[in-house]
Write a protein that binds this ligand. Structure first.
Ligand code: PFF
Length: 450
């Protein structure tokens, strides 16, 4: 199927294909790298509890709103905004929302690709059987990687080529196919790892750590971290969900499909946490290690446990698949915009965008070593890009999407697109109009003032 503005747009081949690719977008480094280390840093179960509430009450309703705009607009995020605002007679100002989404997605991809590159490096080390015997050795290995710009740039390049290669092939024969191949593999590996964690690790300790409720540990910071992460993990505010929603056929229920995505994304995060902490506790390692949790702490466990090499390879393969399918969804919105606005060939649009993102990523690679003294308020380029997107553009887009769907598009259009029973629709609509924007705005204000 040719995918240009002059032709009918592609649609996913089935409702399940949409569910799978959207799970592919949402399940990523956020679930397997970030979620477990945030649980570790934010006091375990308190964070899990608040996070689950944030997913249910804030992120999921917003996720549906974002799919809704994409499908109603039937185009890339910029044109979807233009079409829907023309339909409801709103100000052209709202188009900004589409722009912020597709550009922020590229910014995220530039550093996401670098972190994914670390994972591919660890995968290769696991395959050739590199072992670390002490915590110091594990830390040194990670620091050596960060200190070597060529090695970082090499793996970043490999990962970007993999990502662009898929997007260049098209919506159905590229994105959908890649997800159909990788996502079942991801689930199988994850289940295998949890099983192994139960056998070789200390699962009761992990269960206590994740699920014993400690209300006293819930602080505003925990709440802040949980909302931010709920956004990141469901790929909200970046145009990715909107773009994927635009390839969804009109008959499919948005609520019915989104429930699968939200449930699977949450489950994957929790299962990954269970497997990781079972090993962390079994080998007496530190759960609050921070970003180094899966790159420094786990390799130590792999080196010490029976079958650790196989476990290590499977684990890093899992993370690579997860990161790859998410990166694809970060690239697609801008590529779709280029194709639909300028009639570019998909391959040209994908490789051209890929090169621009890759270049920014090279800057990120250098920010850990040669350029580490160039900082803004003490933050290197990597941190600046992360903060700009996760603390600013994501929450601001989130509030704007909720306000747009809740107050601007008009109830008739929204109801027509959602096709929910009246009572359920009213609850969802009320949440999108009130709870979602207010909660995100409060969190945002706390983030910038605190
Ligand atoms: N949801 C992905 C993760 O959890 O790793 C990250 C992500 C993908 C964020 C796509 C935003 C996005 F548009």
């Amino acid at each position: 199927m040719k995918e240009s503005s002059s032709q009918a747009r592609s649609t996913w081949s089935s409702r399940w294909a949409f569910i799978l690719v959207t799970i592919g977008s949402s399940v990523g480094l956020g679930n397997i790298w970030k979620f477990p280390y945030m649980i570790g840093l934010q006091g375990g179960s308190a964070f899990v509890l608040v996070y689950l509430l944030c997913i249910l009450l804030i992120a999921w309703p917003l996720f549906m709103a974002e799919i809704l705009i994409g499908r109603r607009g039937g185009g890339n995020p910029v044109s979807a905004m233009a079409t829907t605002l023309a339909e409801c007679g709103a100000s052209r100002f709202w188009r900004v929302l589409g722009w912020v989404g597709i550009l922020s997605a590229l910014v995220i991809l530039s550093f996401y690709g670098v972190v994914a590159g670390w994972v591919v490096d660890y995968l290769c080390k696991a395959i050739v059987g590199v072992r670390v015997e002490t915590a110091l050795e594990a830390k040194r290995a990670f620091d050596t990687l960060l200190g070597n710009p060529l090695q970082l740039a090499f793996w970043h390049t490999v990962f970007m080529v993999l990502t662009v290669g898929v997007v260049a092939r098209g919506v159905v024969s590229g994105i959908e196919l890649a997800n159909k191949l990788m996502m079942p593999g991801l689930f199988l590996i994850l289940v295998g790892l949890v099983f192994w964690g139960a056998v070789a690790g200390d699962m009761p300790a992990a269960l206590h750590f994740l699920f014993d409720v400690h209300f006293e540990a819930i602080t505003p910071d925990v709440f802040l971290a949980a909302v931010g992460h709920a956004f990141f993990t469901l790929s909200l505010g970046m145009g990715a969900v909107m773009a994927y929603g635009s390839y969804l056929d009109k008959k499919t229920s948005i609520a019915g499909t989104s429930i699968w995505v939200v449930a699977c994304d949450t489950l994957v995060g929790l299962l990954a946490g269970l497997a990781i902490f079972s090993l962390t506790f079994r080998y007496g390692l530190e759960p609050s290690e921070g970003p180094g949790l899966i790159l420094q702490t786990l390799p130590l466990a792999f080196s010490n446990m029976p079958g650790g090499r196989v476990f290590g390879v499977l684990f890093f393969l899992l993370v690579t698949f997860a990161a790859w399918t998410s990166a694809i969804s970060l690239l697609e919105p801008f590529v779709a915009w280029l194709i639909e606005s300028f009639g570019l060939r998909r391959a040209t649009a994908a490789w051209g965008t890929g090169v621009a993102v890759w270049l920014l990523g090279i800057g990120v690679c250098l920010s850990f070593n040669a350029w580490s003294e160039y900082t803004l308020f003490g933050n290197n380029l990597f941190d600046v890009l992360d903060i700009a997107t996760s603390r600013f553009s994501m929450p601001l887009s989130g509030v704007a999407i909720a306000v747009y769907v809740g107050w601007v598009m008009g109830k008739r259009i929204v109801a027509e697109e959602m096709r929910l029973p009246h009572g359920i629709f009213s609850v969802w609509f009320a949440v999108v109009r009130t709870l979602v924007p207010v909660a995100i705005a409060l969190v945002f204000l706390h983030a910038i003032t605190g």
